[in-house]
Design a protein around this ligand. Structure first.
Ligand SMILES: [Zn+2]
Ligand SMILES: [Zn+2]
Length: 159
């Protein structure tokens, strides 16, 4: 597993303490995290406050290291981009659009967990990009995660 510093240096970016801390929080989580979740994970890190986290998240997005995912409660969640899987981008699509946002997300409707599913990529006809100016692609699968399914069946069994 690459460190946060390595990821930034390989992308030609300058790591700072705040950037490293935020990126590490995302590296250490297999689910997408909201800004408050990142902030609470970084409690005790001196350089970090709410504004810093927002600023660093924007910066990480601009530099294509992370992407954001919309959730039902209108909050954004953030997760790392997967450097290993880059999908071939249709020539007239915005650069990086499919590679960063063409994958699907699993949303648990009970606990709010969001997972990136890179195995499922969008196959969007070129005709769409010829006629529409597409700025964001998002595929959502909604339901219950394994933990919440288990909790639900325990509750049912308890009556
Ligand atoms: Zn769940
Ligand atoms: Zn994702």
């Amino acid at each position: 597993m690459q460190s946060a510093e390595q990821l930034m240096m390989e992308a030609g970016l300058r790591p700072t303490k705040a950037r490293t801390a935020v990126l590490n929080a995302l590296l250490n989580s297999h689910t997408a995290l909201s800004q408050p979740e990142i902030l609470s994970a970084l409690q005790g890190v001196k350089e970090i406050d709410r504004v810093t986290v927002y600023r660093v998240l924007d910066w990480l997005q601009e530099n294509a290291l992370i992407h954001k995912i919309s959730t039902d409660d209108r909050a954004w969640k953030y997760q790392l981009n997967s450097p290993k899987r880059s999908f071939k981008v249709a020539s007239s699509a915005a650069p990086g659009l499919l590679s960063n946002h063409g994958h699907a997300h699993l949303h648990c409707q009970s606990c709010g967990t969001v997972l990136c599913i890179h195995e499922l990529a969008a196959h969007i006809p070129q005709a769409i990009f010829d006629t529409y100016q597409v700025s964001h692609i998002e595929i959502s699968l909604k339901g219950l995660c394994p933990d919440c399914q288990q909790n639900a069946s325990v509750q049912t069994a308890a009556g």
